[in-house]
Write a protein that binds this ligand. Structure first.
Ligand SMILES: *[C@@H]1O[C@H](CO)[C@@H](O)[C@H](O)[C@H]1NC(C)=O
Length: 256
């Protein structure tokens, strides 16, 4: 074993910095894209500049994905694919407020429904809507039961299996199931009654008989009642829910 490894190491040392002799490293000037990833470091790439290969670092926190791929400069979040399999990262993290690296998506320090997206070291607070919580592993909002340590949503604190009004909405409401909120819609022609916390035949004190026909399947158009801010009736301590808050699986359908 060691007899085989030593000559290889010597060859690599001899080839130090010289791309042509380093057998496995592709020369970007020999490729159509003019850009190739480094063979040792996943956060580095070679680009053909004025006919010669030049070494570049990805923006801090990103790794090379390929020309015109990733989120910027051909670089991507490392967890989006197996970019770093068998490779190391050359650059250590550069940290700023809320950002473990200059670029990335990071968990919130104090909230299960919020997280940070960092772009060049500038953090932007993001909010999970529709009763979802931030899933650190998936780097996205997710159903509460998939999120370790943040199992239940404060929306359901009062009654783990009760219904909760969704702002001023007349037909949508939260249904708590064992502390997990689910966005629900009353059957056609019924409205949500915030007193009995049930779907009832209108009119109620807050909701008239719907004047528009119920939305067809797969279409989640908003009634004008729902354009009002919807956070007003949430229990204290519950993060505000933007108007039109929908769980992720519904969002794609809601968009036209
Ligand atoms: C990133 O931010 C630094 C200053 O913090 C700035 O000098 C640099 O141009 C920025 N880079 C990009 C790509 O925006």
């Amino acid at each position: 074993m060691s007899r085989q490894i030593l000559p290889l190491v010597l060859v690599l040392l001899a080839a130090q910095g010289s791309l042509a002799q380093k057998q496995q490293q592709e020369d970007p000037c020999q490729t159509k894209s003019r850009v190739v990833g480094d063979i040792d470091y996943c956060d580095r790439y070679w680009e053909c500049v004025n006919g010669r290969p030049e070494l570049f670092d990805c923006p801090n926190g990103l790794v090379f994905a390929g020309k015109h791929r990733g989120v910027t400069e051909g670089c991507d979040y490392p967890w989006r694919a197996n970019y770093c399999d068998g490779k190391r990262q050359a650059n250590p993290p550069i940290q700023t407020d809320h950002c473990d690296w200059l670029y990335g998506i990071f968990g919130h320090e104090t909230s299960c429904t919020r997280y940070w997206t960092c772009w060049n070291g500038t953090a932007t607070e993001q909010l999970c809507i529709g009763g979802l919580l931030y899933n650190e592993r998936a780097r996205s909002c997710d159903w509460p039961e998939n999120v370790e340590g943040c199992q239940k949503h404060p929306l359901c604190n009062d009654d783990a299996n009760g219904n909760v009004p969704l702002g001023k909405s007349c037909n949508r409401y939260w249904q708590c199931q064992g502390g997990y909120p689910r966005l629900q819609r009353c059957p056609a022609m019924l409205v949500f009654d915030r007193r009995s916390l049930r779907c009832v035949v209108p009119p109620t004190e807050d909701c008239d008989v719907p004047t528009t026909p119920p939305p067809t399947e797969g279409e989640l158009s908003e009634g004008h009642n729902e354009q009002e801010p919807e956070e007003e009736n949430l229990p204290p301590g519950v993060p505000p829910l933007p108007a039109g808050a929908l769980p992720i699986p519904l969002r794609a359908r809601a968009r036209n």
